[in-house]
Design a protein around this ligand. Structure first.
Ligand SMILES: *Cc1c(COP(=O)(O)O)cnc(C)c1O
Length: 356
């Protein structure tokens, strides 16, 4: 039986990609803000409904650049229920992650618990739109304003999500995206910063290019640019984006119909649209999950324990921060295979495996 992974990167028609390669060869401009990258930035702004967007080399660096641009030092209030990159970037920049527990229905940061964690050292809030489900952005905005904090959203999962008919990326000071191959929209490797204030993007553009200003290094920078080859993949993806959403929706809805009575499913914000990026299910306990996981693996099906573990318990992290809800959910959650090209027959195999 064929192997079913949790994810399968989308590849556009190779001839589409070749057309962009022809352009790269003609331009002889391979990286450093080339014409394809500029075109992709413009098209993404238009498609997403945002004003200020900068392509970078990945979603992890996007977060690190965001802290630099906003001048964050000290403590960052964040969620333990995310991919490890979220917390890693905070530690890597010598900042301190302060973990706020999550809402057991939405899996996003529990906005009611943020304020209690604010200290004189707090400088930013870093929530994650978990599986593309928006956080309570308006409430978070009020807390941030009241305490003069910056807000950075790790929006790696939230491509195409709108909140009250406005791009979710228009909330907070900066949103960061990942365009990694496993994401809904990808550039093989890549990412982006989106800012409400264009000055942040101008500053970020300098930082990702060694801090150069007219070829002179007048401030500290790094290399976080992306290449024309990556931009070409992004342009191909945008051409196919409607099909990608349709296919994902079909698969998501089928799982939902089949599984909604047997499993606890994430509660999607009523103010937002679902982008059908992930299909997580929650088991009664970890033992049941592990049982099912081993049954599925024998059937050559590989869902993923995502997110597991809860990041507040990692050894290299600041310890003694308890987040019981996140720790509990992370032990019981499994993300099912969802990708363009997953056939109904294969989906039935996954569902039967779960039922057995
Ligand atoms: C994928 C992901 C990242 C990291 O993005 P990369 O482009 O792989 O560096 C960060 N945060 C979350 C929530 C992610 O899912």
């Amino acid at each position: 039986m064929n192997k079913i992974n949790v994810n399968k990167p989308y590849l556009p028609d190779i001839n589409k990609y070749k057309k962009y390669l022809d352009r790269i060869w003609r331009n002889n401009h391979l990286t450093n803000f080339g014409p394809l990258s500029m075109e992709l930035e413009l098209k993404l702004c238009e498609y997403l409904g945002v004003d200020n967007l900068l392509l970078v080399s990945n979603g992890t660096l996007a977060l690190q650049i965001a802290y630099k641009v906003l001048g964050i030092k000290g403590e960052v209030i964040t969620t333990p229920f995310s991919f490890v990159a979220t917390t890693n970037t905070i530690l890597w920049e010598n900042l301190k992650p302060v973990f706020c527990d999550i809402n057991p229905q939405t899996f996003c940061i529990d906005e009611q618990k943020i304020e209690k964690l604010i200290t004189p050292k707090t400088e930013a809030i870093l929530p994650v739109h978990v599986f593309g489900n928006p956080c309570e952005v308006e409430f978070i905005d009020i807390i941030a304003k009241k305490h003069n904090l910056k807000v950075i959203y790790d929006a790696a999962h939230a491509f195409g999500v709108k909140y009250k008919n406005n791009s979710i990326f228009n909330y907070g000071d900066i949103s960061t995206l990942s365009f990694h191959a496993t994401k809904l929209f990808h550039c093989v490797e890549g990412g982006a910063l989106i800012a409400t204030d264009n000055a942040f993007i101008q500053e970020a553009k300098k930082i990702i290019n060694f801090g150069l200003s007219n070829s002179f290094p007048d401030s500290l920078g790094i290399n976080a640019k992306n290449s024309e080859f990556h931009a070409a993949m992004g342009l191909c993806m945008l051409e196919d984006i409607d099909i990608i959403f349709q296919e994902r929706q079909k698969i998501w809805m089928y799982y939902y119909e089949q599984l909604k009575d047997s499993f606890h499913i994430q509660k999607i914000s009523k103010n937002a649209n679902n982008n059908f990026h992930y299909f997580p299910i929650i088991f009664k306990n970890q033992e049941k999950l592990l049982n099912v996981l081993s049954i599925l693996e024998k059937k050559n099906i590989f869902p993923r324990r995502y997110f597991y573990p809860s990041l507040n318990i990692l050894d290299f992290n600041s310890k003694n921060q308890s987040c019981p809800v996140s720790e509990d959910i992370s032990k019981r959650i499994l993300c099912l295979p969802i990708y363009v090209g997953l056939s109904q027959k294969d989906q039935d195999r996954v569902i039967e495996g779960l039922r057995s």
